[in-house]
Write a protein that binds this ligand. Structure first.
Ligand code: CUA
Length: 441
């Protein structure tokens, strides 16, 4: 009865479920038996004919007393015994386990491997090998929960706790925070990827990302994040308006006016431009610039480290106008037109994918960002938010680019995608993008 448990992806999962199901069934059995008897007697001995019937005095029954004391006691001992046995099974392999350090902080999970590799919001482990995740927290209580592995443990500031599990299936699994820890508690998620041993070795030893980031200047790292995190989808560097304000000379601005009528003059008031930028990245809704709609930018709270925010600020600082002319020379005018004309439709589509900001929200690797991935999109069918179904043919893609709110794929939000591609793209541009999408199998 009530078999709603998630996939059994760890060695101990079947025994955890076995005991869990027993406890559930016993509870249901006793609830039904006790409440059923209560209801039956209430009905059977209800007041009838308006006459009071005197209750007979019953002296008790030793047999029944013993029965309902001994049977539940034995059941409790039995449950407790297997609870201990399975709890011990859960620590199996701890000595040989692969150790991963996890830190919970509002509102991300950060992972560190023995060789120093660090990740945020995702960790990878090899299949069929015990894994020990050592937990701690930096701010408040969090709780580390991987349902498919049947492990859960609090992450406590100033203390180390741990969970051990042996994954038996490759795949992707959810990790939650299950201790209410503030505003974005429900968004404090991580992805667990269980892969083959060889794939794991390749992944864990691939330090190119970390190393490249370590040796980059903040501004350069910022430039990279500007693309990786999708800022470029809405904020350009040339001063023209996209969905959000341009980054050109943003750092150099003396005042900012906001939609609610307020205004800041940097330098005069306490708030620095750095603080303003930081706040706008983490909590975009707090100060919305005059003339721009609220609610379009995702909050980057928990998605960027302090160093990454500093890097973005350094990058924005660099956009003081000295580079803008150079860039516009390179990217506009007849040269560009000639360059585009010489390209094949697929190449042109790829160019637009990168330069019309599709890249910010639609990945090429199958991961779903703000919008669905482009990988394998062409010809795919699925369900729309309104329950209708769609097939990604030319017509569908065309409509989706020109009128993004017309058909929202189930699971995605409306109003995330700029509505003005109709002005930005010609019919030919549009066809080239579709040609490009066709190649992304
Ligand atoms: Cu961390 Cu809830």
């Amino acid at each position: 009865m009530f078999r709603y448990l998630p996939e059994q992806a760890s060695k101990v999962a079947p025994s955890v479920d076995w005991l869990h199901n027993w406890i559930t069934d016993l509870s249901v059995l006793f609830t039904v038996a006790i409440c059923g008897a209560m209801l039956y007697f209430a009905f059977r001995y209800r007041r009838q004919d308006g006459v009071d019937h005197e209750t007979p005095r019953i002296e008790g029954s030793n047999f029944l007393e013993v029965l309902w004391t001994v049977v539940p006691t034995l059941i409790c001992i039995w449950v407790g015994y297997y609870g201990i046995v399975i709890y011990q099974d859960m620590r199996e392999g701890e000595e040989q386990a692969l150790v991963i350090n996890a830190v919970g902080k509002q509102w991300i999970w950060e992972f560190q491997y023995e060789n120093g590799k660090q990740t945020i919001g995702e960790f990878v482990v090899p299949v069929n090998r015990p894994v020990k995740v050592v937990l701690t927290a930096t701010d408040v209580l969090h709780s580390f929960f991987v349902p498919a592995m049947r492990v859960k443990k609090d992450a406590v500031p100033g203390r180390y706790t741990s969970v051990v599990f042996t994954p038996v299936k490759t795949g992707e699994y959810h990790t939650f925070c299950t201790e209410y820890c503030g505003t974005s508690h429900s968004a404090m998620l991580a992805k667990l990827r269980v892969v083959s041993e060889s794939e794991y070795e390749r992944w864990v030893n691939d330090r190119s990302q970390d190393l490249a980031k370590l040796t980059m200047s903040p501004a350069k790292l910022g430039a990279r994040l500007y693309e990786e995190k999708g800022c470029n989808a809405c904020h350009n560097l040339s001063g023209t308006r996209l969905v959000g304000p341009s980054f050109l000379k943003l750092y150099q601005s003396e005042t900012r006016k906001f939609a609610d009528g307020s205004e800041i003059t940097f330098g005069e008031e306490e708030e620095t431009i750095e603080e303003y930028i930081r706040e706008s990245i983490l909590y975009p809704g707090k100060k919305v610039v005059e003339g721009y709609p609220n609610g379009l930018m995702p909050a980057y709270e928990g998605q960027l480290t302090d160093d990454e925010i500093k890097a973005l600020i350094a990058f924005i600082k660099q956009q003081d106008g000295s580079a803008a002319t150079e860039e516009s020379e390179e990217d506009s005018g007849e040269d560009l037109q000639a360059k585009l004309a010489a390209m094949s439709p697929v190449e042109r589509g790829q160019y637009h994918y990168q330069n019309k900001a599709c890249i910010g929200c639609h990945s090429l690797d199958g991961s779903n960002l703000v919008g669905p991935t482009f990988k394998g999109l062409y010809g795919k069918s699925g369900e729309l938010a309104d329950g209708e179904s769609y097939t990604a043919d030319d017509e569908y893609l065309k409509n989706s680019i020109w009128d993004p709110n017309g058909q929202i794929v189930a699971g995605y939000q409306p109003n995330q995608m700029p509505q003005n591609y109709k002005d930005q793209l010609s019919e030919e541009d549009l066809e080239s993008i579709i040609e490009y999408i066709k190649t992304l199998e």
